[in-house]
Design a protein around this ligand. Sequence first.
Ligand code: 2F8
Length: 155
Amino acid sequence: MRHGTAYVLLCTFVSVVAVSSPCPPGFVEHKKSCYWFSKIKANFAEARSYCQYFGSHLARVTSRDEDDFVRGHATIHGKAATYWLGATDLNVEGTWLWEGQQAMDYSNWSTGQPDNYGGGEHCLDIKQSYGNYLWNDAPCTSHAANFICEKGVKA
Ligand code: 2F8
């Protein structure tokens, strides 16, 4: 094959791969969403802002399948000690809502959680040391954690 032909084929392949990915660079695709597992730590509000900067939101884990994906990816690839997800009980203690609005119908709390430890835990994180990223409530402002952003795949 001549060099010119090979170059054209390579460019075409690269273009097709780039155009066909429904997720932004660095995001991982699963079902109808794209996820970004941060390498940096932030408090809950800062993490939420980073996700918004990427046109996404803190991840809403609403099914066993999505939970398995998130916990599996964190276990095998991300490996941070903790990740924020996008739920709080800031408005009513004990009532957990995704994005402060959507009822939490699915959950996977670690044993004994949420315990509002010390009376100041209102944000949801997943902890590696709690059964490979089972759920825990943590302090929103005084605790820095990695975080997971989510956005829907492009239509
Ligand atoms: O003993 C349970 C308790 O352990 C830690 O606090 C000492 C956790 N804190 C963080 O993960 C920041 C609590 O959330 C947990 O309830």
